[in-house]
Design a protein around this ligand. Structure first.
Ligand code: NAD
Length: 372
């Protein structure tokens, strides 16, 4: 009897169900070729859950996630205008995503920014800047900082509306994510870019103090400090200087989307959100309401999130590599999705379903090949 894993499937809103439909095919393909069973349990989460259950993160979904070995989450949320149909506290981030992160304390967010040399034509950057492709691991603290600090709205003594939002971290929150980042740096190129803003923010002063303490345990790692504003420029001008980057929550939210920009699309951005006992996996991007229902969303980010789950939650590194290789081989065969079509390159543009068909066909062939 092989391994059996229970996976909560939160398909999400807008393009969520379209890209999730392709991603779950990976589990099916692997279980047909390997001695492993994946039990997939769908649960409502996000705007559609609010409309059907009155809550964006309903209790039944919490119970399913609690019982699961890992969680696969599609993007959630509505367009800016449609979001107004939902009370502020129940809108996607406040009502669903942040409570999910808080529930499982998924403090370490792994966001690979990766474009193989053969896919470099998808990037808007000039070929001479990224002649070797792009290969960065951005690690974002995910359960602290401004997004989780105390918030207060009111009217002050002068009758003016005001808001207070608090950027709070304690040293243990900083230390645990930095330790993850140092470990990743050790497993990769032994270089760690510490992205901070200590010239302005006291939170960054503490962050850097703790970093020096953690660094003492990792003397083999070179730490390169960089202000977050400078890092935004450097990502465009010379992304090859980066290997592993670590930063607090909001810096990571913004810079990782810029990472999608230098790849050519957010559709190339999977991620893993890892806590002490449980991890969930999701594309870094939102629900893309502007392209929903047209079968043109890129499922790479969702399928890549499955690849990350296979390796990080189930220890299935070999199968995870096959999933990445299958996606790469589809691009190498000259296929592309609408978000990526590069000017001046002769590519065959395929929709969400067809991209999934090609990836699964390639994956099946790789899984069926004899292993040595
Ligand atoms: P978005 O990330 O959904 O879209 C930004 C741009 O990227 C759009 O042009 C979109 O078409 C494109 N894009 C994103 N993913 C794509 C894919 N897989 N294939 C092709 N193109 C893709 O950002 P937004 O429009 O600002 O936000 C839409 C909704 O998503 C909002 O409600 C927001 O709150 C929510 N959101 C959710 C998450 C999450 O679930 N983790 C993250 C960010 C935003």
């Amino acid at each position: 009897m092989g391994d059996a894993y229970k996976i909560a499937i939160l398909a999400g809103d807008a393009i969520g169900p379209e890209i999730m439909a392709q991603a779950v095919r990976v589990f099916d393909a692997i279980s047909r070729h390997r001695d492993v069973v994946f039990e997939l349990i769908e649960a409502p989460f996000g705007a559609h859950a609010y409309f059907s259950h009155g809550k964006s993160f309903p209790d039944e979904t919490k119970a399913i996630c609690d019982a699961a070995d890992a969680i696969l989450k599609g993007p959630v949320g509505l367009s800016f205008e449609d979001s107004k149909k939902i009370p502020v506290d129940e809108q996607a981030e406040r009502g669903a995503i942040l409570p999910l992160r808080a529930r499982y304390q998924t403090f370490a967010n792994f966001r690979p920014i990766y474009l193989s040399k053969d896919m470099a034509h998808f990037s808007p950057l000039k070929p001479e800047i990224i002649e070797h492709g792009i290969d960065i691991l951005l690690i974002r603290e995910l359960v602290g900082g401004l997004y989780f600090g105390e918030k207060e709205r009111g009217v002050n003594a002068e009758g003016l509306r005001y808001v207070h939002e608090t950027l709070a971290y304690d040293e243990s929150q900083i230390r645990r994510v930095l330790t993850v980042a140092f470990e990743q740096a050790r497993a990769r190129g032994r270089r760690l870019h510490n992205i901070h803003k200590s010239n302005v923010l006291m939170s960054s002063v503490l962050w850097n103090e703790v970093l020096d303490e953690v660094h003492a345990d990792y003397p083999d790692i070179e730490v390169i400090p960089m202000l977050v504003d400078a890092a935004a420029t450097a990502l465009c001008l010379n992304p090859s200087q980066f290997d592993v980057m670590v930063m607090e929550n909001m810096f990571g939210d913004i810079l990782s989307d810029q990472g999608g920009g230098i790849l050519g699309s957010l559709g190339l951005m999977p991620s893993a959100c890892v806590g002490p006992d449980k991890a969930y996996f999701e594309p870094s991007h939102g629900s893309a309401p502007d392209i929903a229902g047209r079968n043109i969303a890129n499922p790479y980010s969702m399928i890549g999130s499955v690849a990350m789950m296979l390796e990080m939650s189930f220890g299935m590194k070999a199968e995870s590599t096959l999933v990445w290789d299958a996606m790469k081989s589809v691009f190498e065969d000259g296929y592309t999705t609408a978000d990526l079509s590069a000017k001046g390159v002769d590519l065959k543009t395929v929709g969400t379903d067809a991209f999934g068909d090609l990836v699964i066909a390639s994956l099946e062939a790789k899984l069926a090949a004899p292993t040595h």
